[in-house]
Design a protein around this ligand. Sequence first.
Ligand code: SF4
Length: 398
Amino acid sequence: MPRIELLVIQPTPFCNIECRYCYLPERNSKAVVAPETLVNLFSQVFASGWLHDCVSIVWHAGEPMVLPVAFYRDAFRMIDRTKPSGLTVTHSFQTNGTLIDEAWCDFFAEEGVNVGVSIDGPKRLHDRNRLTRSGRGTFDKTIRGIRLLRRREIPFHVISVLSVASMAVPSEMFDFYAEEGIERVCFNVEESEGDHVSQSFADGGVDAAYYRFLSEFWRLSSAMPGKIKFIREIEHALQQVIRPKDAPFNNQLVEPFAITSMDWAGNISTFSPELLGLKNAQYGDFLLGNINRDALVEMPQQLNFVRMTKDIQAGVAMCRERCEYFSVCGGGEPVNKLAENGSFVSTETTYCRVTKMRATDLVLNALERVPPSSSGRTEPSLPLGMPAHARDQPARSG
Ligand code: SF4
C-alpha cells in the first residue's frame, strides 16, 4: 500500500516574477484552485489509508503568496476539520519573498508555517536571474521580506540556486548570509528541467565547482560558529553517511505516492513534483487522474502510473547495480534522469554527480580527517562545527 508523506499543492500556477531558469510552463496563468478541489483532495487523502501519523503539505509550483491570506486561512480550517484525529499536518510555503508583509507574518506565526524564501545571494548575483516581467531585479523586495521575517522572529530558511558565478565566490555568499542574519541555507544548482537548459550544466566541470564551493562554504561556517546553523546539503549527506549500515534508505522520489502532487485543476501526479506540468513524447504527460473525477485509490491502476513505475524502478535497479553511491542516494531523481538522459531507465546525471556524489565525497573526506573519540565512534559534529542530528527537510524547489 502506498504511503503519502508529502503533498505538494499548486494553489495557482501564477508567479509575480519571471526567473530566467523557471521551468513552470503555466506561470502566466492566473487560475486558482477551487475550494471544492481542495475538499476533494483532502477527503480522499484522509480516507485512503495511505497516511501514517503525519503528512507535510507544501504550497508551491507557482508563487503561493499571490493569493490572499484569507484563502489559506479557509483552506487550513477545512483541513483541520476533516483530518483524522491523531494525524499531524505541517504546512510549508516556498516563496520568492517579494510579497511578505505584516499580515503574512501574522499568519505564518499563528499557523506555524515553515517558510522557505528563494534568494540567490547578494544583489549582483540574485538580480542576474530573478527578474520581474519587465526585466528588473527582485533582490530589494525579497530582502525586504527576509528582513521583516527576521524582525518578527519568524523562523525561515533560504534556498539559493547556484550559478557558475555564485559557485566561484563562496566567501561572498557566506558574508551575505552572515550579514543578513540568514542562518539556514539550502543550495540547488541551476539544472536542466522542462524547457530550461542550464548554463551551469552545459559548461561542464560543474561538479568540481560545486565541490569547491560547498567545501569552502562549510569551512567558513565551521570557522565562524553561530553564523550559519544549517547547510541542508551537508546535513543530509552526514545523515546518510553516518546512519546505521542496515537502516534502509528512503528515497521519496522513487516511492509511488510518497510525494503526491496536485495542480490547481486537480490533476494528480507522483514521484518528482516537477513531473506534474511536464509533457513528453514517450509518456504524453505524467498525470494519473483528476481528483474531481477520479478515485485516488484507483490511480495505481492507471496505465501511465504502471508504466512510469516500471521504468523508474528499472532505473533504480540499474543505479543499485552500478553506482557506489546508491546507499546514500537510493536511485536519484526521476525527473533529472528524464531531462538529462531522455529516460527514467538510466543512471547517472550531472544533477546526481553534483548533489549526491560530490556532497557525499565532501563529507567522507571531512570524516576521514576526524580522529575517533575515546569510545571508538566518530563524532563528526565536534571538529566540523555542524550538528549531525536530523532536521526538517526544506522543499527542494527554489
Ligand atoms: S548518485 Fe546517480 S547514479 Fe548513483 S544511485 Fe544516485 S542517481 Fe543513481
